[in-house]
Design a protein around this ligand. Sequence first.
Ligand code: ATP
Length: 284
Amino acid sequence: MSLAVGQAVAEGISSNQEQPQPKLSVENLMISYENHKSGETTEAVHNVSLDIKPGEFVTIVGLSGCGKSSFLNAVAGLLKASGGTIRIDGKPVQRPGPDRAVVFQKASLLPWRTTLKNITYGLEIMGIPKREAVERARKYIKMAKLEDYENFYPSALSGGMQQRVNLARALACEPQVLLMDEPFSALDAITREGLQNELLLLWELTKKTVLMVTHQIDEAVLLSDRVIVFSPRPAVIVKEIRIDLPRPRTPEVKQNPYFDQLTQRVWSAINKSAGKRVNQDYEI
Ligand SMILES: Nc1ncnc2c1ncn2[C@@H]1O[C@H](COP(=O)(O)OP(=O)(O)OP(=O)(O)O)[C@@H](O)[C@H]1O
């Protein structure tokens, strides 16, 4: 092995393509649900492989019930796959771990803890000493512009604000990969747009590797580097669309005609996989 190749391997760069090692690598993932009463099997995900580079923001879209959440839950380690492998930095993962943080639709903050204490809670569980946990929590509170709400209990925060705390809480764990399952879908349109902008800013600051599931195609295009379109169940990847809109992005990018072209490309892949024209407001 030449010195140059040896260095490349040591730096996690594959010798033939000069690509960094993927942060998240999913290979031939299979997910099935067994109904023990009826003996029936529901195949949700069929042989899906997906690599995500360090710092890449990837979103999965597809028809309702196609297997998006199943895929994300398997990556989170919350659901046992029936086959295939999931690796973070090359290491296989099978259960939840501090290398992954998950943000769900519902913020599920602890109602008896303030914003600050909701964020330090996870850090304390990770064994981080109290002083350091508070310091780290404050760093992310500042990033999420929540300083004025540090001592508020969840009941005194709006839904959008609670989801911002939830996001700050997940980022404060400094995971290798941030997983998000429809994080803004329970919010009204205006709040959702505000949070999308917030997420763009937070992503610029942290450059996290993100895997997100959403029903909102414009949200997927606005936030992502790549949009993955799943087929109806069992999910296979029918299309990958690179979103080469310039970064840093702001919601104004939606005015760019190219934004519409990309959005239409995603819709057309969904329609093609569904074998019909999907009603863009109601069916996904
Ligand atoms: N615990 C379960 N037991 C049996 N079947 C399940 C279970 N969870 C999900 N499924 C089925 O697996 C398929 C994929 O579900 P999944 O929730 O992954 O889809 P999804 O694309 O995330 O859907 P949505 O967009 O509506 O949230 C569906 O047919 C669903 O009914």
